[in-house]
Design a protein around this ligand. Structure first.
Ligand code: FEO
Ligand code: CA
Ligand code: CA
Ligand code: CA
Length: 602
């Protein structure tokens, strides 16, 4: 039966206190279950996971490492029990080789191969658990026809105006339209037409050079952080395309928004060139005046907020024809970058007006000296020419479908006030931080705790180019003078640091997950009303295990389920597999990144 206390939007809870436990800790009265762990079988034929006997072949059939984005699509098909089923879509952002592999067990080449294979995405069919709000993976994988592991051998189709451009062509793909794999996929979003969008973020790190870098792209590589040494994962020893000297164009084929239709397991996922190329955190769509408007962040210090407005209108309904049309929506339209102007600090609030500056449409460039393809492939360089606002690392940007406002997590920027000048939208140049729980607050340079930015489209129309904005939250310890919680009483809020992903329940409350807590405690997930007398009342709902960031929060199943990803438990400076800095979820003697669902205890 349905109980009011199951509703995560309405239920009162006692906030979880900051802690350093190696556990997922939910607010009292709630439970959680691990849904999928690194190494769990995704497709039929996957071997049982064994950290001491890993292989790339197995990893391509198992749940990948470091889950980040979490989407859950209601499944409606011919089966009678389909309302009790759903499709989970997850990104596997990157790998932590130092805590994935026991020492002296694997060769460098095996580590490179297995690390590469642990990237990508997974689609997993779920069914309801016994307790309302709980969900489990289906166990008969022979019948799990939607289950899918997207990895470095999965073919993607390039779509939109830059597809087929010479600078996307490689010896493997002379057409510039077919790319293998998706890497470093961070956040994402579910579209109104039932697909998932996912952002290719720090893709630059996977490329290395065995010789010279192509001099034609010196400026472009530099702006994207692409260099000869990469992150040292040595993927070029496994696949030559990761060698910049051999394949100078391969990095141009990454850094896009990808779209996956979980209901079409045999269909190639798409890389959308119309949404620009940068370190995409994710993309989230709202339908406005019939058009699909996607909001996006480029997660780098001093980089920008973007939006895309589709040329065509969203086709209504979920018929095959409507879905087919909607899956083309992101190929034509206009790409914009944001400029935020403050109205001065005399009013005591960080707020002002904003403008979306067009960069290009699918047929016309608005940046002098650059073609449409130039703008889309080298979007950062195009945006640099129109003086947008340099933000403090824009992560997840998501429209709230209840109040129509858009919320952006600006996670932090240690160089605000030094390399980057302060402005009203990025005001903090000195932050109060804590080295451990109970330690005194000390001063650190820059913005260490982050903000949540609230943007209001003029006239509620997201296709327009003007908006107003304010900082809903200036995060940190409520005792720190710079913090602000939407005007709420600071004595009543939970400390919060480094917002990363945002989502909403059906009442319009904001839920925030954090990455990189600068207050000495573990990361977590928080609920924050954005309207009425409770606006800004930040309460911590769950804390993460040691070393983990909290990702992909999603409230679903009529506010009964909170899904989230526990990413990189045990990722603590210098820690190795043998150190067991974390062993969460405590099913093995090493940590396993996992997707979790939290729900009301019965
Ligand atoms: Fe992968 Fe911007 O966090
Ligand atoms: Ca102001
Ligand atoms: Ca993130
Ligand atoms: Ca992050």
């Amino acid at each position: 039966e349905r109980r009011a206390s199951d509703d995560l939007a309405k239920v009162a809870f006692t906030p979880v206190r900051p802690n350093r436990r190696d556990a997922v800790v939910t607010a009292p009265g709630f439970d959680h279950e691990v849904v999928m762990r690194w190494g769990d079988a995704v497709v039929h034929g996957a071997p049982a996971f064994d950290a001491h006997a890993q292989s790339a072949e197995a990893a391509r059939m198992q749940f990948g490492y470091n889950c980040d984005y979490v989407g859950v699509h209601e499944l409606r098909d011919h089966r009678k029990d389909s309302k009790d089923r759903a499709l989970l879509v997850v990104n596997h952002e990157y790998t932590d080789e130092q805590i994935m592999f026991p020492a002296d067990t694997y060769t460098d080449r095996e580590i490179a191969e297995i690390g590469l294979a642990n990237h990508g995405m997974s689609v997993v069919e779920l069914r309801r658990g016994l307790v309302p709000g709980s969900w489990r993976p289906v166990t008969n994988l022979r019948k799990a026809r939607y289950n899918r592991r997207i990895h470095h051998r999965t073919e993607f189709v390039m779509a939109g105006p830059a597809a087929g451009d010479d600078r996307l062509k490689t010896s493997q793909d002379p057409t510039g339209t077919r790319v293998l794999g998706t890497f470093n996929n961070c956040a994402g979003g579910m579209t109104p037409w039932g697909t998932s969008l996912s952002g290719e973020e720090n893709f630059n790190q996977y490329f290395q050079a065995t010789g010279e870098l192509d001099a034609r792209y010196t400026e472009q590589y530099a702006r994207y952080g692409i260099g000869a040494s990469g992150s040292g994962r040595n993927w070029h020893t496994v696949e030559e395309r990761f060698d910049l000297t051999a394949e100078p164009h391969e990095p141009h084929r990454h850094g896009w928004i990808v779209e996956v239709d979980p209901f079409s397991p045999d269909e190639a996922p798409v890389k959308h060139t119309m949404l620009g190329r940068f370190k995409h955190e994710g993309a989230n769509v709202i339908v406005s005046k019939g058009h699909a408007v996607a909001y996006m962040g480029d997660d780098e210090r001093g980089d920008y907020l973007y939006k895309f407005v589709s040329a065509k209108k969203v086709a209504k309904g979920s018929s095959a024809t409507a879905r087919k049309r909607n899956k083309k929506l992101l190929t034509k339209g206009t790409l914009y970058v944001a400029r935020l102007t403050g109205d001065g600090s005399a009013d005591g609030v960080h707020d002002g007006t904003g403008e979306w500056i067009p960069l290009c449409s699918d047929t016309e460039s608005f940046v002098p000296g650059m073609s449409v393809a130039d703008v889309l492939i080298f979007t950062r360089l195009a945006a640099d020419q129109v003086t947008p606002t340099k933000m403090d690392r824009p992560e997840d940007v998501e429209p709230n479908l209840v109040n129509g406002k858009v919320y952006a997590a600006l996670t932090n920027n240690s160089q605000r006030g030094s390399r980057f000048e302060a402005d009203e939208a990025n005001p903090v140049t000195t932050s109060m931080v804590r080295s451990s729980i109970g330690a005194p607050l000390t001063e650190a340079s820059g913005n260490r705790n982050g903000y949540v930015l609230e943007m209001t489209a003029d006239g509620g129309d997201h296709t327009r180019t003007t908006f107003t904005w304010d900082l809903l939250l200036v995060c940190g310890d409520p005792e720190a003078p710079e913090t602000y919680f939407g005007g709420y009483d600071k004595a009543e809020v939970s400390p919060i640091s480094c917002p990363d992903n945002v989502t909403f329940d059906t009442a319009g409350n904001l839920w925030i997950s954090t990455d990189g807590n600068a207050l000495g405690s573990n990361d977590g997930i928080f609920r924050v009303p954005v309207a009425g007398s409770e606006r800004g009342h930040v309460q911590q709902f769950v804390t993460m295990p040691r070393g983990a960031e909290a990702c992909g929060p999603l409230i679903t199943d009529r506010n009964r389920s909170l899904f989230f990803a526990v990413q990189h438990p045990g990722e603590i400076d210098g820690a190795t597999f043998e150190d067991q800095a974390s062993t969460w979820p405590h099913t093995d003697d090493f940590p396993r990144p996992s997707v979790v669902v939290a729900f009301r205890r019965r």
